[in-house]
Design a binder for this molecule. Structure first.
Ligand code: MN3
Length: 202
């Protein structure tokens, strides 16, 4: 069965109050994400990857050390990344569950320090990519950044939170102000209950 664009878990205008406009979600989900899904289906049809699980395609096509990667990886990883990204946001600013807060304090000193490190990772990613909070292979929480479509699956890590820092993610709402977009993402858009659930399952 071919891959399908997942519906957003909320209405297109549901995040506007938190700073991500309906227009951004119409472009980002309906057009950008959909383009990755369409390309992935076209590229994998009749190939060794047809019918394989998305995570297996991402891990199986990742080329360590290659910036450009390859078309199957780029589209598979971006389909996975965006599918996670929509779930990691929510309207209504859900409170951070206590267990997650305790783990962030343990790993980074404070929630504010975590936010600073996460924002710095996203700002420091030159060009397109993602900022992540992951559970590393040794079980510790870490902030990372990746280029283009590369994601924590490539390194055996569990993604708890990811923020898309490609310009298409923020240019409509924040123009060139990537740091403001990242700070707003952390303060007003993250679904901390989803992050805590990922941590509990890691
Ligand atoms: Mn994107």
């Amino acid at each position: 069965m071919a891959f399908e664009l997942p519906d957003l878990p909320y209405a297109h205008d549901a995040l506007a109050d938190g700073g991500m406009s309906k227009e951004t979600l119409e472009y980002h989900h309906d057009l950008h994400h959909n383009a990755y899904v369409t390309a992935l289906n076209n590229l994998t049809a009749g190939s060794e990857w047809e019918g394989k699980a998305l995570e297996d395609i991402v891990r199986g096509t990742y080329q360590a050390g290659s910036v450009a990667q390859n078309a199957v990886f780029n589209n598979a990883s971006q389909h996975w990344n965006h599918s996670q990204f929509w779930q990691m946001m929510s309207p209504g600013r859900p409170a951070m569950p206590g267990e997650l807060e305790a783990r962030l304090k343990e790993a980074f000193g404070s929630v504010e320090k975590f936010k600073e490190e996460f924002t710095a990772a996203g700002v420091g990613q030159f060009g397109s990519g993602w900022a992540w909070l992951v559970v590393d292979t040794d079980g510790t929480l870490k902030v990372t950044r990746t280029e283009n479509g590369v994601n924590p699956l490539c390194f055996g890590q569990t993604a708890l939170l990811g923020c898309d820092v490609w310009e298409h993610s923020y240019y409509i709402d924040f123009r060139n102000k990537r740091p403001v977009y990242l700070q707003n993402f952390l303060d007003n858009l993250v679904n901390w209950e989803n992050v805590a659930e990922r941590l509990a399952n890691a």
